[in-house]
Design a protein around this ligand. Sequence first.
Ligand code: ADP
Ligand code: MG
Length: 206
Amino acid sequence: MDGKKVIDVIKAIAAKIDEEKEYLTELDNVIGDGDHGINMARGFDAVMPKLEACEGKDIGTILKTVGMTLVSTVGGSSGPLYGTAFMKSAMTMNGKMEMNLNDLLACLDVSIEGIKMRGKAVQGEKTMLDAMIPAVEAMKSAKDAGAETKAVVEAGVKAAWDGVEYTKTIIATKGRASYVGERSIGHQDPGATSFSDILETICNCL
Ligand code: ADP
Ligand code: MG
């Protein structure tokens, strides 16, 4: 992937988030405050006009633009969390004009570390991490088993959606959903869902 392709992928993510806006908000209505889709869409809408100035720039600059825009435009916790993920990824991609599978995995690794730190969360607390961590593990296993890039990312997408299913079975202990306690059981986590949408979009663009 070159910078132009990365910009196309970000545009595709913005379109997907816009498509899923109402559904993500509905999910957040049940266990949170009903703004996850609105938050994500607001963030990515603000990213769109900034992408033009990113043309021809290195991938680090592109991802940094996305991260900073999400942090500054999204009020909810997902803004700083996804913003951190993109900014950490930007550091990994600093100065690079091409992005390969190993780079994507490195970006996901630092994103997880960043979200864990910023959100003070671990796996099993019914957050986006419950989709991200199994997705990256599945991708690494598929890669080690010799799978092609597309198949590796497909394995990640499947594991991410399995992670979303898993969030239905656990109690939220981080974020607003923790306020509803046991009543969060049976409902999937909005952030895990939006992450799976994002990874699926990346996969479809490959
Ligand atoms: P808010 O919770 O502030 O309304 P959003 O509704 O946009 O923000 O995002 C909620 C999502 O953010 C949750 O579904 C969860 O995946 C994620 N999240 C919330 N708090 C944390 C945290 N401390 N660590 C990791 N992820 C979190
Ligand atoms: Mg919310």
